[in-house]
Design a protein around this ligand. Structure first.
Ligand SMILES: C[S@@+](CC[C@H](N)C(=O)[O-])C[C@H]1O[C@@H](n2cnc3c(N)ncnc32)[C@H](O)[C@@H]1O
Length: 209
């Protein structure tokens, strides 16, 4: 296995163990972080899914954002590599009576989505890219583009490389913004909006080809 692929596999393995171990406290810890509300409000500002639209949330975790989209009446699919995070999500689906709108929750990795081509109106991927080098982001975009409808929308976030907080987090990847936006455009995605949310940049993207 090439060095970069090996590194990506190691990160996946570490993140799976980390999230399985922290799943029980994940929501409590996330909501007590100073950026949580900024990120949540930014998401609400950018993502306006319509009733009956079909939505995939990659790395959905405990489903903070998937639940919001299901409440708007869309048909939701969520994947994550951590079974323990998905157990938390399943409890929330049950508590919110969202079984009709949440169609499928699956344990799998972001670079091998178990869905047909051009199936989704929306794909979101929040709070995952920062753990991986840009090579893995490309693998995930290959899959996003495969499953997204020709005029579908997509929302992703990456760390703001100029923010003091992200600069002090040695374990996250900070991409050059020009490189990231060049990558997005190479997939035929147009940037509809860029939102600064705490130490993250959130992107709303439209597939144009
Ligand atoms: C910081 S949490 C974010 C969860 C959720 N998107 C949110 O914003 O609340 C990161 C999630 O990404 C998942 N994850 C990390 N690497 C992944 C991969 N390669 N494929 C699928 N899920 C992954 C983790 O298991 C974890 O649930």
């Amino acid at each position: 296995m090439k060095e970069k692929e090996k590194k990506i596999e190691e990160i996946k393995k570490f993140r799976k163990q980390y999230n399985d171990t922290h799943a029980n406290n994940y929501d409590k810890e996330w909501w007590s972080s100073e950026d949580a509300l900024n990120e949540y409000n930014g998401f609400k500002k950018l993502v306006h899914v319509q009733p009956n639209e079909v939505v995939l949330d990659i790395a959905t975790g405990t489903g903070t954002f998937l639940i919001e989209m299901a409440k708007l009446g869309s048909f939701c699919y969520g994947i994550d590599q951590s079974p323990k995070m998905l157990e938390q999500l399943k409890q929330k689906i049950n508590q919110n009576n969202l079984e009709f709108n949440i169609k499928d929750i699956r344990v799998c990795v972001a670079d091998q989505l178990p869905y047909p081509d051009q199936f989704f109106d929306w794909v979101t991927c929040i709070g995952m890219f920062e753990y991986y080098p840009l090579e893995y982001v490309k693998q995930v975009f290959d899959e996003i583009i495969r499953v997204l409808k020709p005029t579908g929308k997509c929302m992703v976030d990456i760390p703001n490389p100029y923010d003091n907080k992200t600069q002090n987090m040695a374990w996250i990847f900070k991409y050059n913004l020009d490189d990231f936006e060049r990558l997005i455009k190479s997939y035929g995605l147009k940037v509809l909006a860029r939102n600064r949310a705490g130490c993250m940049f959130q992107y709303l993207l439209l597939r144009i080809k």
